[in-house]
Structures are given as structure tokens and as C-alpha cells.
Design a protein around this ligand. Structure first.
Ligand code: B3K
Ligand code: ZN
Length: 861
């Protein structure tokens, strides 16, 4: 790698040189030559006689200062430098761009014939010359001119004018009264089907709601609309936040790099995160759509009204908004299930990121390509950090903090420190030490020792916090540790202790701290990090008996699930240690599993989670060097054993429980447990052929896919027939086919790689579409460890080959899927060599994007 792109550092932040109150934009749309005119007043914050504006891949055709042509300017790389200017002046720049040639899906591009934009983080500079940074806030007026064949010409804010033009064109003018940074700008033009509704806000205003989808997809839009209305209502009720414009639009497009984008008043969504009906979408899809619609809506206050000073502060809006969408899902559905989901995401992806070459604090300090930092760390760990503040301050304290945050910062671009200061000041809490969570990367490990003194009735908990080696000095963090003590009967012991907050939380501030509880008459069982109160790893010598006790009696479903996860993990570790021995599931664990069914659980969806074992990535965290084969075998082995132990109860449940195919929580839960049951039963000698066939021909996608997944996982003789039939039935619907591609990619059989290569030729597959790539190759690299880590290196090569192709086509997407290759140091020498060889190869490709450079460079050096 000879070329080295420039990194930016948080410590170098400088306020903008100029202010812009308002910008006026005009777009004359055409696929090969869209003319963009930008007119705005600049006012210098200093004495400077020159200005530097951002712009990438733009053809500059005219530049005027105060209405007159101006020639004192230069274009150097991605900057337009204009000299000889007064301290206050009007700039008018005209540029040309070619949306049709833009395959990066950033800036203005065409998605299946419709124009759309993606500006976060730094895409606005691909549209016109401007201060493309989040701390320059302006109001926008946008005029969109397009062919009559594009009936909808949309932008942010309110429509203020429209009319016919000559040459078969028309125009629409939009005005957004709220100041915003350029990353929240959006434009969409196309022919769509439109679903409309209204929402009456708490102050009685009517807001028009519009969802634009591809022609023919109208019947798949109602769920997103319902989700939007629920989000608006929830934000009023829980956070006292009301929507501010008169219109809220969502547009679903097929070509999109991530899930969705919160542009002011005009969200652009990946169609996968909008479209749903029972035939095409799983229960999981319904849930995800609701939470993403919520997430983008919640950004209107946390992100848009108060935005980030610079991109290092990304977690200010993302961590907080993920926390808010998690709370939304929890208030509307099951809190425990949502917590399990969030914790699984942390353990599967974030812990690995924090231990790998791309590790960064939730507020990164050094960035080459900002798009590389929309990470599970910034988002999910960021949300955990917000959650810890919520745990420490309680709901009331937290809401007071939010109120003060908006009082102080509405309409501003601020920092993570500003947020924490609002929380601290509103509640009179010292959060100085807590702020270290923003600057320290790595997953802290809590080493716990306990001691019980029967004669004194004293129970001691000693907790030591250990941090991974870091560049910066190690300082202990402020960590809320929620605990529960159970007596021998499984009854919760009241925690009378001056240092216990909210009856369950102890605060760790020192490197090692001891908490002593008095009046404890028998040795209790300790539940630690209840509800995952801090994003930490735990080291405590639990006995099987203690974990079983927790799994049976802990007062929260979450804690019981967690105990079972620990039991499975212990079992797996045993398997890995002595592979040649025949293993049987421990008697205690079998008994607990059986009793879960015997006790007639009220929440079947939780029960389905109870009997789901940790995945490969989560388990890998426990090893210095990941034992690939042994771990894959152990996972299979443990699943086989669970299947055999539970065979009868699962059969009974499967046969004896019906659901009506509705979306009620009850039916969703039954489907979850029935599908889990079928998955296990397919691993036993039970004859599941009829069940597989029946479910596969069901009109409910959750059941259909459940059957296919079970058949594929168990390598059942019906799998080919079922998969072929699915292809025939659904190859007209690409989003449905993504599920099919993902199943193919997760298949553990040796033919998987050849199969993927042949699927590149499948009529539904398209390398330029991020959804397809993620479904097929993303799933393979992330969720098929057995084949991805094949000893012949074919898995690594498959991924690297595709990355080579995507490097120029879509750098963001290429950079997203490379992740599993980066952590090569975690594997044995042979695999390390093979993975590194692919990284070396990638590092030397011509025109390597900054996105890939940053990751590969970090991994190799
Ligand atoms: N803010 C966007 C993500 C933008 C990603 C840019 N590469 C979606 C979201 O988090 O809501
Ligand atoms: Zn977000």
C-alpha cells in the first residue's frame, strides 16, 4: 500500500470558518447530466479572505460572487478554494453530476430508475460545493425539476410551490424551516405508489404521513405506516417529544447501503426495512421494520433538532437513538426478549469488534473514512452507555436530563460531553468518571470473588475490573452492576445496603471494590450483571448447580436466559476440551431444560430463547485462539443432545399447539417455539418430513422459512426439493429471495462455496445491490464459520474476490463485508496465513478505496 489517505483527528477540531443561514438549491434532473445550482450567503467567523468548500466528483460550470462571475478559485482534490472574497457575500455555484454513473449509492444516484440521495456522512459533497460538515446548520429551499414521467419530486420540509414547465417537465419547490446540516438533505424523484395517513399530535396538529413504495407494493406498506404512528405516539408519551413539521415522508428504495436514513421530513429507507405482508415477511422482519421506522423517527429530535458537532460525536445521536428505539420496542412488546436481542448483538458483533483491529471507543479519535464508523460499537455499545446512565439515574432522572439537553441545545450541533453534562446537571450527579466510557475502547472484564461467613451472616462480593491493554493510561470505569441474591428456596433476598441503588445496583468505581452484605442467614446464589447492566465480560466461578438455581428461580426472564447461556457455554467448553470422548448433556442441565417445559411457561417466545444456544462468534470470545473445527463440532453436538433430551416434549408441543397465523404476540410466540422445536426435531430420528412439507407450503413466511432452515441445517433429504420449490415460487420477489440466498450461504455442507459461486449467475442475484450481497456473501462470511474458515482457504478467497469487484463499484459495501477477514490473528497459524494472504492481495489492488484501506491497514499493521 503506497497511497496513504489522510486521517482526521478529534483533537484537531476547528469551528467552521463561515456561517450559512440559508441555502437555495435547484436541481434540473437528468441521468447523465443533472445541473445543480446552489446559492447561499456566507458570513466569515474570522478575518479570512478565502473560503474552502467540500466537493467530490463535481463538474464546476459557473461560480459567482455577489451575482458576478468570479475567477479567483482553485479546485484541489476534494476542495474548492475561493480567494479574494469579502467577509460576507452571496455565492452561486453551478455544478453538473451524473446520477446514472454513481454506483457508490452515496450522493445523488439512481435506484431502479428513481432518483434518490444519501448524504450521511459526507455525501452532500458529491452533490454540490458546500461546508459538508455537521456543524454548519442552515435552512434549505429546494427546487426540483424533472420529467413528467417522474410524478413525485420530493425534498425536505413543506411543499410551497409546484407547476408545469416546457419540454415535458414540471417542478416542485420545498422549504424546510428547521436549520439542518447538509447530511440531512434529501431529494427523491420517481414514480411510486403512495400510502397516506394522518397523525394528530399531542398539541392537536394534523401531520400528513406518506409512504412511497415501488409500483405494485402498496399492500406491503401498511405495517410501516402503523409503526410510524406508534412511534410518534410513543415519543410523545415517554419522552414528551412532538413532531415538528406538517408532513412526514418515507420512501422505500431497493438500492441502499444500510437500513434507512433520517433525512428531515423525508426518510429514505431500504425497501427491506419497509415492505411487509404475512406472505413475504417473517415475524422477525415485522419487528425489525417497526424498530427501524421508530429509530429514524426518533432521530427527528435526537440527531436532527440536536445534531453532532463533528462526526467523532456520532454516538451522540446513534447511541441515544438506538437506546430510544430499544425502549420503544420494549414498551410495545416484551422487555426481556428485546434485552436478549440487544445482548446477543453485543456479544456476537460488538465484543469481537472491540477485541479486533478496528476496535475504537464509542467516540472515535481518529478516522480516515467516516462511513467505516457506523459500527456496532458506536451504535450498540453507545446505546449500552446511555442505558447505564439510565440505570444510574432512574427513569425520572434520565428524563430530566433529556429535558435539560433540549432546553440547552435545541437547534445546535453539540458533543457527547454536552449530553452527559445535561444528565449530570439535571440530576446533581457526578458523571466525570463515567465519561471515560466515551474515550476507552475494549470490553471490560469483571472478575468476581465471593465469600460467605456463616457465623457473622456476612456475604462479601469483591469485584475487580480489568481492561485490555490500550494506548491510553488505564483508569477504572464507573460501572453499574445490577445484582440479585437468591436464597436456597430461590427467593430474592432484600438488599439492605447504603451503596445499593434502586434496590439492585451497586456502583463500581475503583479498580477493585468489595461490597459486604449483612444479615444473610445462608449462603446465597449471586446473579450478576442482571439485565446486562454494563457491557462487560464476567469471570466468576459459577458451579453448574448455582447456574441451574438461577435458571429456575431468578426473578427476571433475562437472568434465567443468561444462566442458561452460561450453562451451554460451560458445556461447549467441556466438549472442546476433550473432543474424542463421547459427551452427554449434564444431568442437571437436562433436568432444568425439561422442567422449563413442565412448568407450563407463560411466555413461549422466551422459552424458545431459553433453548437456543450461543452462536459461534459469541463462544469464540472465550478463546485466545479460536478452535474452529472443535467449536463447530461442539455446537452441533450440543444441539443434538438438546434435541434428544427434549424430543418428546418438543414433539408434544409441536403437535399439540396451533396458531391462527395472526401477528398477535401470542401467535408470534407459538411460531417461535414451534419453529425452534422443528429445528431440533429435525436433528433427531423423529420423522419430520410431513411437518417440513406442510410448513414449507404454508402461506406464512415465518413458518415457511422455519421449515427450510430446519431442513437445511439438518441436511434433511427434503432440503433440495423444498429449496427448489421456494425459488420457483418466489423468484419474482427479490426481498424474499434474499432469505433464500441467506439459507444457501449458511449451509454447512462442503458444496456450499461452489453453490455460492453458481448462485452469482442466478437471475435474481446482482452484485451491485447491497441487499443481495449481504444476503449471500455477507451471511456466508458471518454465519457459516465451518465453510468460511475452511482449511483450503476457499472461503477467504471467495470473500476477497468479491471485495475486489466491489472496491470501485461500491466501496461502502465492500468495506462492510470485509470484517470477518480482519481478525485473522484470532486463528491458528495456517488460517492466519491464508487470511492474511487475502488481505495482502486486497491491499495491493489498484485504486483501493479509503474505506478498504483504513480497515486493511489497521488489520495488517
Ligand atoms: N444515520 C443513518 C446511517 C448513515 C450511515 C452512513 N454511512 C441511519 C441511522 O442510523 O439511522
Ligand atoms: Zn440512527
Amino acid at each position: 500500500m503506497t497511497y496513504k489517505p489522510q486521517a482526521k483527528y478529534l483533537k484537531d477540531y476547528q469551528p467552521p470558518s463561515h456561517q450559512v443561514e440559508h441555502i437555495d438549491l435547484t436541481f434540473d434532473l437528468s441521468p447523465q447530466k443533472t445541473v445543480v445550482t446552489a446559492k447561499y450567503q456566507l458570513e466569515a467567523n474570522n478575518q479570512s479572505r478565502s473560503v474552502e468548500l467540500d466537493g467530490v466528483d463535481l463538474k464546476l460550470t459557473s461560480l459567482k460572487v455577489n451575482g458576478l462571475p468570479h475567477t479567483k478559485y482553485e479546485v484541489i482534490d476534494s476542495k474548492l478554494i475561493i480567494d479574494n472574497i469579502p467577509s460576507k457575500f452571496e455565492l452561486e455555484v453551478e455544478t453538473e453530476i451524473a446520477p446514472e454513473l454513481n454506483t457508490s449509492l452515496e450522493g445523488l444516484y439512481l435506484s431502479d430508475g428513481a432518483y434518490c440521495t444519501q448524504c450521511e456522512a459526507e455525501g452532500f459533497r458529491k452533490i454540490t460545493y458546500f461546508f459538508d460538515r455537521p456543524d454548519v446548520l442552515a435552512t434549505y429551499t429546494v427546487t426540483v425539476i424533472g420529467d413528467n414521467s417522474f410524478p413525485y419530486l420530493l425534498s425536505n420540509g413543506n411543499k410551497v410551490e409546484e407547476g408545469k414547465l416546457e419540454n415535458g417537465k414540471h417542478y416542485v419547490k420545498w422549504q424546510d424551516p428547521f436549520k439542518k446540516p447538509s447530511y440531512l438533505f434529501a431529494l427523491v424523484a420517481g414514480e411510486f405508489d403512495l400510502l397516506e395517513d394522518t397523525f394528530k399530535t399531542c398539541s392537536g396538529r394534523d401531520v400528513k404521513l406518506q409512504i412511497f413504495v415501488d409500483k405494485g407494493n402498496l399492500s406491503k406498506a401498511p405495517h410501516a405506516m402503523e409503526s410510524l404512528k406508534k412511534s410518534m405516539k410513543w415519543d410523545e408519551e415517554r419522552f414528551n417529544l412532538e413532531y415538528d413539521l406538517d408532513i412526514y415522508m418515507i420512501v422505500a428504495v431497493d438500492f441502499f447501503n444500510m437500513g434507512a436514513m433520517e433525512n428531515k421530513g423525508l426518510n429514505v429507507f431500504n425497501s427491506a426495512c419497509v415492505l411487509a405482508n404475512q406472505e413475504t415477511a417473517t415475524d422477525r422482519d415485522y419487528h425489525v421494520i417497526e424498530s427501524i421506522v421508530g429509530h429514524e423517527y426518533f432521530h427527528n429530535w435526537t440527531g436532527n433538532r440536536v445534531t453532532c458537532r463533528d462526526w467523532f460525536q456520532l454516538s451522540l445521536k446513534e447511541g441515544l437513538t438506538v437506546f430510544r428505539d430499544q425502549e420503544f420496542s420494549s414498551d410495545l412488546g416484551s422487555r426481556a426478549l428485546n434485552r436478549i436481542d440487544a445482548v446477543n448483538a453485543m456479544r456476537t458483533h460488538q465484543f469481537a469488534e472491540d477485541a479486533g483491529p478496528m476496535a475504537h471507543p464509542i467516540r472515535p479519535e481518529k478516522v480516515i473514512e467516516m462511513n467505516n464508523f457506523y459500527t456496532v460499537t458506536v451504535y450498540n455499545k453507545g446505546a449500552e452507555v446511555i442505558r447505564m446512565m439510565h440505570t444510574l439515574l432512574g427513569e425520572l432522572g434520565f428524563q430530566n436530563g433529556m429535558k435539560l439537553y433540549f432546553e440547552r441545545h435545541d437547534g445546535q450541533a453539540v458533543t457527547c460531553d454536552d449530553f452527559v453534562n445535561s444528565m449530570a446537571d439535571a440530576t446533581g450527579t457526578d458523571l466525570t468518571q463515567f465519561k471515560l466510557w466515551y474515550s476507552q475502547f475494549g470490553t471490560p472484564k469483571l472478575k468476581v470473588r465471593t465469600q460467605y461467613n456463616k457465623t457473622q451472616g456476612e456475604y462479601q462480593i469483591e469485584i475487580e475490573q480489568v481492561h485490555a491493554a490500550q494506548d491510553s493510561v488505564q483508569v477504572p470505569l464507573h460501572i453499574p452492576v445490577a445484582i440479585e441474591l437468591l436464597d436456597n428456596q430461590g427467593v430474592r433476598i432484600n438488599l439492605e445496603h447504603p451503596e445499593v441503588r434502586q434496590g439492585r445496583v451497586i456502583e463500581l468505581k475503583a479498580a477493585t471494590q468489595t461490597f459486604t452484605f449483612e444479615g444473610v442467614s445462608e449462603e446465597p446464589t449471586l446473579v450478576l450483571l442482571e439485565d446486562f447492566s454494563a457491557p462487560c465480560l464476567l469471570e466468576y466461578d459459577y458451579t453448574v448447580a448455582q447456574l441451574c438455581h438461577i435458571a429456575m428461580f431468578a426473578s427476571s426472564d433475562y437472568a434465567r436466559w443468561e444462566a442458561l447461556q452460561q450453562l451451554y457455554t460451560q458445556q461447549i467448553r467441556e466438549y472442546v476440551k476433550g473432543q474424542e470422548v463421547d459427551f452427554v448433556l449434564s444431568k442437571e442441565l437436562s433436568a432444568v431444560l425439561l422442567s422449563l417445559f413442565a412448568n407450563k411457561p407463560k411466555d413461549l417466545a422466551i422459552l424458545a430463547e431459553y433453548i437456543t444456544i450461543p452462536n459461534f462468534d459469541t463462544l469464540s470470545a472465550g478463546y485466545e485462539q479460536v478452535p474452529v473445527e472443535a467449536l463447530c463440532n461442539a455446537i452441533d453436538e450440543l444441539e443434538n443432545q438438546i434435541a434428544h433430551v427434549l424430543k418428546d416434549v418438543l414433539t408434544q408441543f409441536y403437535r399439540g399447539t396451533q396458531e391462527s397465523g395472526s401477528l398477535s404476540a401470542g401467535d408470534v410466540a407459538i411460531r417461535a417455539l414451534k419453529n425452534r422445536s422443528l429445528y431440533y426435531l429435525a436433528l433427531t430420528d423423529a420423522d419430520v418430513s410431513t411437518s417440513l412439507s406442510m410448513q414449507a407450503s404454508s402461506t406464512n413466511m415465518t413458518n415457511k422459512l422455519g421449515a427450510l432452515r430446519s431442513a437445511v441445517n439438518a441436511n434433511h433429504s427434503l432440503q433440495n426439493e423444498l429449496m427448489e420449490h421456494f425459488d420457483k415460487q418466489w423468484n419474482h420477489d427479490l426481498l424474499v429471495m434474499d432469505k433464500w440466498f441467506a439459507l444457501q450461504a449458511a449451509n454447512k455442507v462442503d458444496s456450499c462455496i461452489d453453490n455460492i459461486l453458481s448462485l452469482y449467475e442466478h437471475p435474481c442475484f446482482d452484485k451491485s445491490n447491497p441487499n443481495r450481497v449481504r444476503a449471500l456473501v455477507g451471511t456466508f462470511a458471518r454465519s457459516n464459520p465451518k465453510q468460511f474458515h475452511r482449511e483450503d482457504g476457499a472461503g477467504y478467497k471467495l470473500l476477497a474476490d468479491l471485495i475486489c469487484e466491489l472496491n470501485q463499484l461500491n466501496p461502502q459495501n465492500a468495506s462492510r463485508i470485509i470484517t470477518p477477514l480482519l481478525s485473522f490473528k484470532r486463528f491458528d497459524e495456517k488460517r492466519q496465513g491464508l487470511m492474511k494472504a487475502q488481505l495482502d492481495r486486497l491491499s495491493s489492488i489498484e485504486n483501493l478505496s479509503d474505506d478498504l484501506f483504513e480497515k486493511i491497514d489497521k488489520a495488517l499493521n
